[in-house]
Design a protein. Structure first.
Length: 199
């Protein structure tokens, strides 16, 4: 039995931190996992930057409320879910993801949790498990599932490499160059066809 594991940001919805960087005027927050392979380092730096600028969870949530799925994303996801089980495996946080899941038709998402103080400040974050994307596909495989994975960033490579088939979607030229063994797509129709071939 197959399960498709998809990244969220950059694959189905715009990058939340890039949108917030534009909205808030804090341009340095546009740095993402496409730029920084070390997720813990990236998140600690993000939280420090939020504190420096006095930004709280509700500031980011106000930006997220304006974000819509990428054009064609919901239709792609609906078609994929009609063919096979699909899980969104993301390093985002439940406090960010909920409104986006509603716009995508409430697919299953495995993500992380922010630690929020009484005043609404984001004080820390909790990963669901170490190396969450890789651990997720390994756990699904241990339960007898074959996994197919697609993502766009450094933090997706573990689940892509561990799956029976893995694809890059709207990734950077550098990642394509560094990982030429993985087919890279720009269009949902092409990614869907590639997934269909391995189902």
């Amino acid at each position: 039995m197959n399960v498709v594991c998809l990244d969220l940001e950059g694959v189905l919805v715009p990058e939340i931190w890039i949108a917030f960087a534009k909205e808030s005027g804090i341009s340095v927050l546009s740095r993402t996992t496409r730029d920084e392979p070390d997720y813990d380092k990236l998140m600690k730096w993000r939280l420090d930057t939020l504190r420096e600028h006095g930004m709280k969870l509700n500031d980011i949530q106000a930006t997220i409320a304006k974000i819509d799925p990428l054009e064609g994303a919901k239709e792609f996801l609906d078609k994929l879910r009609s063919l096979t089980q699909t899980i969104i495996v993301s390093d985002t946080f439940t406090q960010f993801a909920q409104p986006l899941m509603e716009k995508l038709g409430m697919p299953t998402i495995f993500c992380n949790e922010l630690v929020v103080g009484e005043d609404g400040s984001i004080t820390d974050y909790k990963m669901r498990c170490p190396k969450s994307k890789l651990t997720t596909v390994k756990s699904l495989q241990a339960m007898g599932f074959d996994t197919i994975a697609a993502g766009d960033s450094f933090n997706d490579l573990g689940m892509i490499q561990a799956s029976k088939a893995g694809f890059l979607f709207r990734t950077t030229e550098q990642i394509k160059k560094d990982y030429p063994q993985y087919a890279a797509f720009e269009r949902y129709d092409d990614l869907l066809e590639a997934i269909k071939k391995v189902l």
